[in-house]
Write a protein that binds this ligand. Structure first.
Ligand code: BG6
Length: 508
């Protein structure tokens, strides 16, 4: 039962294509370190090619792939062409001009002279192509290499910036940013020996999702929600990111990480911050990021001795996804047969500040669950007094607002209304707004958005060092307790693949 809210075309002078933000940034070279890997083929080159097709790359631009494998420029171009064909992103008529801007350099990750010669090569490219010394170094490599490679780039002088606006240098890293507080601090310090905070772009691809960005617009561009967005009206908040996928071919990483490091330390924490933060005085990078950090600062530390009251951990066993049998986590290739790595977690967290005192936030994420679903549910409190009690003799469901991120990019509000008829009966109905309704312009994929922001030097959608460390200081004691306590095995509840996770444990 739903009623669709018509999204009217905005009465603004802005055309949809102007909202894309695909505008020319400074001429620059994008250096992908780890260019023969999976991320480059699956995400980065398709995103760059698509930006090229939409006139979204700098003019001029160069893309330099670097890796340990020895390849010629032509071999690298062929490899990237294959990747685009697999990806379905190929436009054969535009490929030759794009391919001409690709180069490849093999580098020895442990040898400074190799990086010095990369630096020399980049200088030459600048001279030939007038890319003005502006460079993005995208680290598409395993996290254990972030620090040594950032330092190598730095020692080769590639972290230095000129003062006249051009000649900038930016470093892009993907999560995980460390595996606990200590390693995150160590990584930050190591990278910051050569790159300053304004040069470091720590990616969280959830922040590049349109509907995640929309949370702030929804909250702060509408007057009616803020007055009720607090402990007086909100009973609890559910933040869910469930997946049907299993660990796939990533056991080597996942066995060491587990769901808390993989999903909570980054994506879930960002969703929490966007839901709970105060309004910044300006929609400006540091002010937005500072407000989020204040939320992380206000997280109430878990009483580790009573962890079972606040957290449920699970691991998937065999089951069915889309009616097909799937193996349990312990049977996945590369996973230890007695692994205690959690693939599911549900946490109850509290934010100790004036707005949220006493409101539980339930955070849930897991692999091999019944459905791929990402959403934020704001459950409002029930009415204080029911004048219908005599007539209806039933409880009246409280209002609920759902911010859908995946699969439905929508906002849904559930409320009570009268059923047509002579008797007084209530029914729950929903108002739905679908995010793409009445929008026909182009849509940017998350990696395209992230790359554009790096080229423009806009860090709004990237993690700042203090936020990373603050989240780790909240999660590290929990991880320590979960990973080292004697009853580690008892804390882990097995669930059937295709179910909603361990349901019998109640932390409400
Ligand atoms: C990644 C995690 O960061 O996010 C993966 O490492 C997870 O394990 C993925 O599958 C989920 O992203 P999305 O966009 O599919 O929800």
């Amino acid at each position: 039962m739903g009623q669709v809210i018509e999204a009217r075309a905005p009465d603004l002078k802005i055309r949809p294509e102007d909202c894309l933000g695909v505008k020319h940034s400074d001429p620059s070279t994008i250096v992908i370190v780890g260019a023969t890997g999976d991320l480059t083929a699956r995400k980065l080159v398709p995103a760059l090619f698509n930006l090229y097709l939409n006139d979204g790359l700098p003019d001029p631009f160069r893309i330099v792939g670097c890796g340990r494998t020895k390849l010629s420029d032509q071999e690298f171009r062929n490899k990237m062409k294959e990747a685009l064909l697999v990806n379905g992103a190929m436009d054969a008529s535009k490929w030759p001009a794009f391919a001409a801007a690709l180069n490849y350099r093999s580098v020895d990750y442990g040898d400074l002279t190799s990086f010095m010669s990369l630096a020399e090569f980049l200088r030459k490219l600048d001279q030939i192509h007038n890319t003005r010394g502006n460079r993005i170094f995208y680290l598409a490599i395993p996290p254990s290499l972030y620090k040594p490679l950032a330092q190598m780039l730095g020692q080769a002088g590639l972290g230095k910036e000129r003062k006249n606006g051009n000649g900038w240098s930016r470093l892009v890293v993907e999560k995980p940013f460390g595996r606990d507080l200590k390693t995150a601090i160590d990584l930050n310090q190591g990278v910051q020996e050569y790159f300053r905070e304004h040069q470091i772009f720590r990616i969280d691809h959830y922040l590049a999702k349109e509907t995640v960005q929309n949370i702030l617009m929804f909250r702060f561009a509408n007057a009616i929600f803020e007055p009720i967005w607090n402990r007086r009206y909100i009973d609890y908040v559910n933040i869910t990111a469930s997946e049907t996928l299993g660990v796939e071919h990533r056991a080597g990483y996942y066995e060491q990480a587990g769901v808390i490091r993989d999903m909570f330390q980054n994506h879930i924490m960002q969703l929490l911050a966007l839901t709970a933060m105060e309004a910044p005085s300006q929609f400006e990078t540091d002010r937005v990021r500072d407000e989020k950090v204040k939320v992380f600062h206000s997280l109430r530390p878990f009483p580790v001795e009573k962890l079972h009251k606040y957290i449920v951990l699970g691991q998937y066993g065999q089951g069915k996804i889309d009616d097909k049998p799937v193996p349990g986590y312990r049977e996945e290739p590369g996973v230890s047969p007695d692994s205690l790595t959690p693939t599911f977690a549900r946490m109850k967290v509290f934010i100790d500040n004036w707005r949220w005192q006493g409101v539980p936030f339930f955070l849930t994420s897991g692999k091999r669950l019944a459905k791929k679903l990402t959403e934020i549910e704001i459950q409002f409190k029930g009415i204080p007094h029911s004048m219908f009690r005599q007539t209806l003799g039933e409880t009246i469901a409280a209002n609920r607002l759902t911010l859908g991120i995946h699969p439905d990019e929508k906002i849904t509000f559930t409320f009570q209304t009268k059923n047509p008829g002579a008797r007084v009966c209530l029914r729950s109905v929903t108002m739905d707004f679908s995010y793409h309704q009445n929008y026909t312009g182009p849509i940017l994929d998350a990696y395209e958005k992230v790359l554009i922001d790096c080229m423009l030097g806009d860090q709004m959608l990237f993690w700042k060092q203090d936020g990373v460390e603050q989240c780790w200081s909240f999660l590290t004691p929990i991880l320590n307790e979960c990973e080292t306590c004697g009853n580690r095995a008892e804390m882990l509840h097995f669930y059937e693949s295709g179910s909603w996770g361990p349901q019998m444990i109640d932390i409400s």
